[in-house]
Ligand binder design. Sequence first.
Ligand code: SF4
Length: 467
Amino acid sequence: MKTQLENIHMINPGHSYGPSIEEQKEEGNKKHICLPSGSLVAAAGFIWAGIEVWIGDENFGTVEPRSETVGIGFTGMPNIPEGMKLQQRIRKETNQEVNFLLGGIVVNGLKSNEFNSFFGEDSQNGNRHIHLKNPHQISVIPAYEKISDEDMREYLSNEIPLYLADGCKYGCSFCAANRSGIIDPHTGEPIVVEEKYRDPEILEKDLSYLVERAKRLGINSFDIYLSNLDIFQTPNKLLEFARIVKGIKASHPGFEIRMRALSGVQSIIDADKELPECIEEIIEAGFNRVGFGIDGWKGDWKRVGKGQNNEENCRESVRLASQYGLTPELILVFGHPKTVSEDSINGVRSYVHEMVDKYDAVPRPHVAKDFIPGNLGWLKPNKFQAKGIKQILKKPIYCQSLDFTAVASRLTHEDPILRNVLNGVYVGICEEYADIGATLWTKAYSDARSQAELLEFIDFNRGREDH
Ligand code: SF4
């Protein structure tokens, strides 16, 4: 790796459930189009540091690298094999004359031997080796400017992620986000995290730019997925953001902005008591949908570090959202391998039926995986988890089995009876509520018993990108 980076080509790999580059050429194949927010924030940091940047996205088709350094951002485990495929193609086409700079939380959670095993020694963890200006204080506009009108039109016609805030004060053990309690693989110490917002003036400029660019491209509305892990965790900052969005809308009459985000169940209850204006005003600004982290049922919560949840606040948060006119989504990462029992699985099922019937909630179940890079199960695995990690390193396509949309598999859930009960309820909820937007469940590649079956699973999962 050159010590003095002069230029970089940031390339977004194809989505793990999107069509391959060959299939993209066929008429009618749905592409996965989503503005690569994390990579664009990094790109803005490079531009700020005087480094020349090109931006490409393999979801639109093959990208030929223009620099000796290629940056790849990873959004999660299922993304790793896609990034590896991209690396292999580039190595082949350039006779190995490219260095890779890789980023994303999932990359940070890998030990160095695992990182090298996946990505090779011509790769570096960009999060650790390149120090850029604090992303909270950088405008992303210079990176947006690098995107052609043609691609930008597609991005803005689909839901766009907006980097508003990051960090979560809670420490659920199954979660791989930037949260408290995550173990730094280098120091072995748990990290304490607080939610932090980006600079409000920069946010205002960035969002105004996106509205103006959309209007220039003939688009009169867009949908935003806010990056907050728990939208009501810092009410005064949320209120400040709501007023920014309202101001931008007032300057662009007729332009519609719709927003959604995740929330902890206790946070909306606290915000309703302490600063209800933050809920009222963010709704006036266009916030219309909120996904509550229910994540299992009683018996599960304390054992997975989610002691902030109880039956009462899981019901009250949904009732409150509905009373405010928001569509509540039930984000249910359940079936935690260490705590799963028929009681907790049945508790989840009854709760879902009750919330759909009473409040028109949208169930969004997912299956917990207890070893993912960044959590304790990955850092200090038990015998079963260590075997799983070994299998994944040997066959990286199995990274997909750690996707929370994938069913419980032999790789992730040891007990075959509970695995079957869990998958029955999980797939049952997804299918029963498919017409109102329940999760698009996926098959786990590690369960395929032959190459032919693996191809069948890949085919089944094609186009089932969760939203
Ligand atoms: S509350 Fe949500 S974001 Fe925060 S640690 Fe738990 S699962 Fe992760």
